[in-house]
Write a protein that binds this ligand. Structure first.
Ligand code: C2O
Ligand code: CU
Ligand code: CU
Length: 483
């Protein structure tokens, strides 16, 4: 399964070799005595207007953060110094989110994974100039899910996300209310935002990507959890639900929990899976989310560790869970979660092909072209079902530059949740059989996804979610048109 696949393929040996080189230069502390409690982003408050709309306010601002005792580094955050509050809404809510830009540069806020009108999507066309504001308005039409928000301005997404602009967007519905699973935010239902960062000896981090960073991604030497270094969380004895987000710029993470036998994945990007899937580890590429249940009553000691390895380059003990004496509200993993109707291939009107490839000078291409704000790459009819056949050319030997240059990519499509039809001709494993908006492609991989374009007319993005790749051109635009 995918956990094993992470390192088994020979193609991947080059990453391991690269990884060893990295380890020599930047070996992260891997033993830990957690002293910092896990910060839990606060739930963003809202004002309800007379028509029932929930009104939220975010301010993108500069900040200073102490990641290590006695050192500060300049960062960015929403309504604070680093990261942003969690926005929690319900299906069918009408919401309005006003974003103030207190940065020195333009920004946007994109609702990753959300079904929103193009004008409210927060892509590169919705730039907010410094000292200005912008308001996104939409009705929540999708099922319960863990989404997130982050900037998306042209060519500066990598830098702004890296400095700390990101937050979670949680949707609840009748299904999530009814399920017998943990749901007390910050108690047994924890947001876990994982971000690899590169700190210097003074505890500072900066974002100055050089050529290798543009190609391989801006890697680091610490893995932050909710903006904190090696924190701990107190958890009850029994089930906890963790909403995992890989919020790294370009770092792939394989996540496991040392001290318990398995994790149970209950949701992928767009909502619940049909049933919990027991796994030893879970791979998240940048932008992907997974909700998991961990049975802390099954632990063999009082401490469980979240261990994440970065494609063979680093292994981090990212955080600890300290198991208390009180029983959790939920003790057993449910059998069944929700039904997912598979979209039939016969429903698709056409197949489009997307070849991901990089070329000279760290420039990244989709179908031989780099992102151009003035070009619509694909025109899709509203209401149509399509198959998108995504190919990671790098590593196939057919591309201009292969070998050492082969790269994983993480393909993301705005405005929709899709289903994976097949990965290299085989049906996806159960954890990849639910709703997805971002999918990892190893070098040489070919993935077919099926998509119902039931969102709204307008211009949206598709791109590699390795942010250095995105900023360097691996992005395109599709326009949904009404007939
Ligand atoms: Cu998470 Cu187009 O972005
Ligand atoms: Cu998105
Ligand atoms: Cu990429």
């Amino acid at each position: 399964m995918s956990g094993i696949r992470f390192l088994e393929n020979h193609d991947r040996m080059r990453f391991v070799l690269l990884g060893i080189l990295f380890l020599v230069f930047m070996n992260p502390a891997s033993s830990l005595e957690s002293k910092n409690p896990l910060p839990i982003p606060s739930l963003l408050e809202y004002r309800t207007s007379s028509d029932g709309t929930k009104n939220f306010i975010l301010t993108a601002q500069k900040g200073e953060t102490d990641f290590f005792d006695g050192t500060t580094t300049s960062t960015m955050g929403y309504n604070g110094n680093y990261l942003g509050p969690t926005i929690r809404v319900r299906r069918n809510d009408r919401i309005s989110i006003t974003v103030f830009n207190h940065l020195n540069n333009p920004t946007t806020v994109h609702w990753h994974g959300a079904d929103v009108p193009a004008e409210s999507d927060g892509g590169p066309h919705q730039g907010i100039r410094p000292r200005r504001s912008w308001t996104a308005q939409f009705r929540v039409r999708q099922q319960a899910a863990t989404l997130w928000y982050h900037p998306h301005f042209i060519k500066t997404t990598g830098e702004q996300v890296y400095k700390g602009l990101a937050g979670m967007l949680i949707i609840d519905d009748e299904v999530s209310d009814r399920l017998q699973i943990p749901h007390e935010y910050g108690v047994d239902d924890l947001p876990i935002i994982l971000q690899e960062r590169r700190f210097d000896g003074e505890g500072r981090f900066d974002y100055r990507p050089g050529m290798p960073d543009l190609m391989h991604g801006y890697f680091g030497n610490r893995l932050l959890v909710n903006g904190s270094v090696e924190p701990y969380a107190d958890v009850p004895r029994g089930l906890s639900r963790l909403r995992l987000l890989n919020g790294s710029n370009s770092t792939l993470l394989r996540i496991r929990f040392d001290g318990v036998d398995s994790l149970y994945q209950i949701a992928s990007d767009g909502g619940f899976l049909e049933r919990p899937v027991p796994l030893e580890s879970i791979i998240l590429s940048p932008g992907e989310r997974a909700e998991v249940l961990i049975d802390f009553a099954s632990a063999d000691s009082e401490t469980v560790r979240l261990v994440a390895d970065t494609n063979g380059r680093n292994t981090y003990t990212a955080m600890e869970f300290h198991i208390g004496n009180q029983d959790a509200e939920f003790l057993s993993v449910p059998e069944y979660l929700t039904s997912i109707e598979p979209i039939q291939e016969s429903e698709a009107r056409l197949t489009r092909r997307f070849e991901l490839q990089f070329g000279m000078g760290g420039r990244m291409f989709i179908n031989g072209r780099q992102m151009n704000m003035n070009r619509i790459d694909e025109v899709v009819r509203l209401g149509d079902t399509e198959i998108w056949h995504i190919v990671n050319i790098d590593g196939m030997g057919g591309g201009g530059m292969s070998g050492m240059m082969s790269q994983p990519h993480s393909f993301h499509i705005h405005a929709v949740q899709f289903q994976i039809l097949d990965i290299n001709g085989k049906s996806p494993p159960p954890e990849l059989s639910g709703w997805k908006d971002t999918v990892l492609l190893w070098p040489g991989d070919q993935i077919r996804v099926i998509i119902r374009f039931h969102s709204y007319p307008g211009v949206y993005m598709y791109h590699c979610h390795l942010l250095e790749h995105e900023d360097n051109g691996m992005m395109g635009q599709f326009e949904i048109v009404e007939e």
